[in-house]
Design a protein around this ligand. Structure first.
Ligand SMILES: [Zn+2]
Ligand SMILES: [Zn+2]
Length: 243
């Protein structure tokens, strides 16, 4: 299948996972504890994908300057998620005092729009390089998409906005993911920039958004799941990479 078409289909799937995450928080009675496992698995899988596949591929595409773009991708997300945003962490928002001003919640939404845009850039960049890389990146993105939609909607609710607005914010993140895919499709000749930038974003999301959530859990089981996430990457590599 054409790499652009595949990216669009999988971008829409990832977007649907964002919306599903938003739906979980709006439907108060829905079970949500299992989302923690996706955060831990996703962290390990994303780190392995970014460090073992995305960065080496980027260096092959662009040479040493790719490393600078990886750093830039990392810093872009640090800026929008944790510098201009007064309060943000992954997972359910349980600090309503931090959201006395609704602009705080909109700053979180904006930070996540930038992040999810690069989720889309990552998926399309992957498929522009190879089917194998595309599927790996899609899986890395997909694993944290439900918790991501969940996070944004819970932030909106904590700041006193309506459940409709909370749900709509998860739709916006889905839309931004698809916009990232379409942007990369349009600028497909710049995959040598898209891949390293989104590798930096992936490392940031894994190490600075997801791992801190894992470390909040006192049980060792959650911390161990990060290793399982990385192990899944190597299992896939072993069994499917040659195909
Ligand atoms: Zn909080
Ligand atoms: Zn994301």
């Amino acid at each position: 299948m054409n790499p652009i078409l595949t990216s669009i289909c999988l971008g829409l799937t990832a977007a649907a996972a964002n919306v599903f995450g938003g739906t979980i928080i709006v439907q108060r009675h829905w079970e949500r504890r299992y989302l923690r496992y996706f955060v831990a698995l996703g962290a390990g899988f994303m780190l392995a994908t970014a460090l073992v596949e995305m960065i080496p591929e980027s260096l092959e595409l662009r040479g040493r300057p790719a490393a600078l773009l990886v750093l830039l991708g990392y810093l872009i997300i640090h800026f929008f998620e944790h510098t201009v945003t007064p309060h943000f962490h992954f997972g359910e928002e349980t600090h309503p005092d931090e959201f006395k001003h609704s602009r705080t919640s909109y700053s979180v939404l904006f930070g996540l729009i930038i992040h999810t845009f690069f989720d889309g850039i990552a998926i399309a960049s992957g498929f522009l390089v190879s089917n194998w890389l595309g599927w790996l990146i899609f899986l890395a993105v997909f694993l944290h998409k439900v918790p991501e939609g969940f996070t944004v909607s819970s932030v909106m609710l904590a700041s006193g906005l309506s459940r409709g607005t909370a749900w709509a914010s998860s739709v916006v993140l889905g839309g931004s993911t698809v916009a990232g895919v379409l942007t990369m499709a349009l600028f497909r000749h710049h995959v040598g920039a898209g891949l390293p930038l989104s590798a930096g974003v992936t490392i940031y999301v894994a190490a600075s958004d997801l791992v801190p959530e894992v470390n909040k859990e006192p049980a060792m089981k959650m911390a161990l799941l990060v290793f399982v996430g990385a192990a899944v990457f190597f299992l896939l590599d072993h069994f499917f990479h040659a195909l």
